[in-house]
Design a protein around this ligand. Structure first.
Ligand SMILES: C[S@@+](CC[C@H](N)C(=O)[O-])C[C@H]1O[C@@H](n2cnc3c(N)ncnc32)[C@H](O)[C@@H]1O
Length: 248
């Protein structure tokens, strides 16, 4: 019988539709906080080529093509893509752990490579980032959004009756069900500390140009106090703009 351990990415085949439904909700944190902040850090995309690793249904790339990106490739394990993508957009089923071996990416370069809440699924994070780095054009950068590691530590400390430190520094993979997406589907998550994350960037030959910790805008705080309560407890996400270290 297949299990999460045997096939760690298969849960996303079941989860993808529920995730997109949740993301589309008026009060989703992706709509209110994450995508606006990711979009701002990405800057002007006119004439730029994009690779989105773990792109979900490809909806964010559709917006970026509409805003002038020249070409875009979205890679996702779940194959839950929007039908009828616009000209210039390719959506390909593939594993972001194997970016360096995907035929659709062979010999290609990109001005921007995105990992938006998908990097945690890389089996070997340094290999994945090195592959992304090798595909960047001269002025290219990687935009990587990841959950604050404190978020899972807080949640697990509550669930397990342990301490924040015990969970933050734990190295054991844990099972996780997202109640806002579909609590029947179980994901396997690898814990990470801030040091783990920053060291991964260095080991892949990248430096951090900018990092942001986006928060709800004032009007959204008033309209969605339950979301502000969630942010107050779990902090939200980190978004990094990463560039190749020239000498690496
Ligand atoms: C939290 S969703 C984020 C989707 C999208 N990037 C966004 O910002 O809305 C995580 C995505 O990563 C994809 N994913 C998980 N493991 C993957 C893998 N090994 N290779 C490629 N995509 C993967 C999932 O199918 C899902 O679409």
């Amino acid at each position: 019988m297949a299990s999460d351990d045997a096939q760690p990415d298969q849960p996303w085949v079941a989860l993808a539709g529920d995730y997109e439904q949740a993301r589309a909700r008026e009060d989703s944190l992706d709509r209110l906080v994450e995508w606006p902040a990711q979009r701002e850090l990405l800057g002007d995309v006119a004439g730029r080529s994009l690779l989105d690793a773990g792109c979900g249904n490809g909806g964010k790339l559709v917006e970026l093509i509409e805003q002038g990106a020249s070409t875009a490739v979205g890679i996702d394990i779940s194959d839950n893509f929007l039908t009828d993508p616009p000209a210039g957009l390719e959506l390909v089923r593939g594993d972001l752990s194997e970016l360096d071996a995907l035929p659709a990416l062979a010999g290609r370069t990109f001005d921007r490579v995105l990992f938006l809440q998908s990097f945690g699924y890389a089996e070997d994070p340094v290999r994945t980032l090195r592959a992304a780095r090798s595909m960047l054009t001269d002025d290219g950068f990687i935009l990587l959004a990841r959950t604050q590691p404190i978020r899972y530590a807080v949640e697990r400390a509550e669930q397990n009756g342990t301490s924040l430190g015990a969970e933050y520094f734990s190295t054991e993979p844990f099972r996780y069900r997202h109640t806002g997406w579909n609590d029947q589907v179980q994901l396997t998550k690898k814990p990470y500390t801030m040091a783990d994350l920053l060291n991964t960037f260095g080991a892949a030959g990248l430096w951090i140009e900018t990092v942001v910790e986006p928060q709800l805008p004032e009007d959204a705080r008033r309209r969605y106090p339950h979301k502000q309560a969630w942010m107050d407890k779990y902090l939200g996400i980190l978004i990094f703009k990463l560039r190749p270290i020239p000498s690496a």
